[in-house]
Design a protein around this ligand. Structure first.
Ligand code: NCD
Ligand code: ZN
Length: 346
């Protein structure tokens, strides 16, 4: 039997929602992860330090008894965000990053940024105080094909922004293309990327072949196989610029299994098992800890966790619940479409 012990992982991009769904999903993260960057795209969004403080309290109140988990709070960048409030949030230790959603890019992003000039005062302040900007890297221009939105974002938004403000630290979140990987690798600093569990496993066929499969639909949408392979090579390389951000994004089934289903894949339940499988497949189990537990803290200027977790590889496949029940309805758990043998035991 194979065993693997790692420093306790962190999740550098996570949607916990609120209310009944928060209550149902938080334990799936706090069971294995010590910290997570919490996405602010609630309805209404978390836009001020005071909103973030209240949301953090709700997250802590929902934690299963005995679990220790540190939510790292973010603010949702709008054209009206107050630079002083952001600075106060960072100074008080509450705010770890600010999140940029181009308006209309994804779930609950209509209040995001349309005119980057309006966000410049905040971005300049963030550069000055060393607060990272987390970006959802897709343009929303209707003329741009959905599969090209990340590459076009890099060229027309991200690169110009980084040239204008080279001191700004930017996390390109949920990178889904070889273009994104190449751009990060070619940068001279102040840029890193998070990669999700599911983008290491599925390509766009998962969504479309043999019928339309809403539980594999997320944003940025999964791309062609060559892009998935580029993500895998980056994640398993040990390169410190790449780390795990699951983008676990729960939606109740009726909101996904319908005529216009929401984007988001719920992976918190089996993420560590999936990742151990992926890294073992690529002969990189010795680099799993860098991806899940070391590179992220280094980027966010935090210490890696002292605590450890242990995974064990079983001969028999490990089963996970197919759904998580919530007071708002069932939430389907990501199915990697291959048997999982690794399990966190401790
Ligand atoms: C996220 C959500 O549901 O909030 N959905 C997703 O597909 N990842 C939003 C996001 O991160 O794009
Ligand atoms: Zn997300």
């Amino acid at each position: 039997m194979k065993m693997l012990t790692l420093r306790r992982p962190d999740d550098w991009h996570l949607h916990l929602r609120d209310g009944d769904v928060l209550q149902a999903v938080i334990g799936d993260t706090s069971r294995h992860f010590a910290r997570a960057i919490i996405m602010p795209n609630l309805v209404p969004p978390v836009v001020t330090t005071s909103d973030a403080r209240a949301y953090r309290e709700r997250i802590l109140a929902a934690l299963p008894a005995g679990d220790r988990f540190e939510p790292l709070m973010t603010l949702y960048l709008t054209e009206n965000t107050d630079p002083d409030d952001v600075e106060e949030g960072k100074r008080s230790g509450l705010i770890s990053a600010v999140k940029l959603y181009p308006a209309g890019a994804t779930t609950n992003s209509h209040g995001g940024v349309r005119d980057f000039n309006k966000a410049m005062p905040v971005l300049e302040r963030m550069a000055k105080i060393g607060l990272p900007l987390c970006v959802h890297g897709e343009v929303t221009t209707p003329e741009v094909d959905i599969f090209d939105r990340e590459a076009v974002f890099i060229e027309t938004v991200l690169d110009p922004l980084r040239q204008r403000l080279p001191e700004l630290k930017v996390t390109m979140e949920h990178v889904t293309t070889a273009d994104g990987i190449d751009y990060i690798k070619s940068s001279k600093g102040n840029l890193a990327g998070s990669i999700t569990t599911h983008h290491l496993i599925i390509n766009r066929n998962a969504i479309l072949v043999g019928g339309i499969r809403p539980h594999y639909y997320c944003l940025p949408v999964a791309k062609r196989e060559n892009h998935r392979l580029a993500l895998r090579a980056a994640a398993t390389s040990g390169d410190a610029r790449f780390f795990l951000g699951t983008d676990s994004a729960p939606h109740v089934d009726p909101l996904k299994e319908c005529g216009c289903g929401c984007a988001g894949i719920y992976t918190s339940v089996n993420t560590m098992s999936c990742l151990a499988h992926v890294f073992e497949d690529d002969n990189a189990l010795d680099r799993l800890e860098a991806f899940t537990s070391l590179n992220g803290p280094a980027w966010y200027d935090l210490k890696p966790n002292e605590e450890k977790i242990t995974l064990e590889k079983r001969d028999e496949p490990v089963t996970f619940p197919a759904k998580r029940d919530s007071g708002a309805g069932p939430i389907t758990v990501f199915d990697p479409m291959f048997p999982l043998h690794w399990q966190v035991i401790d």
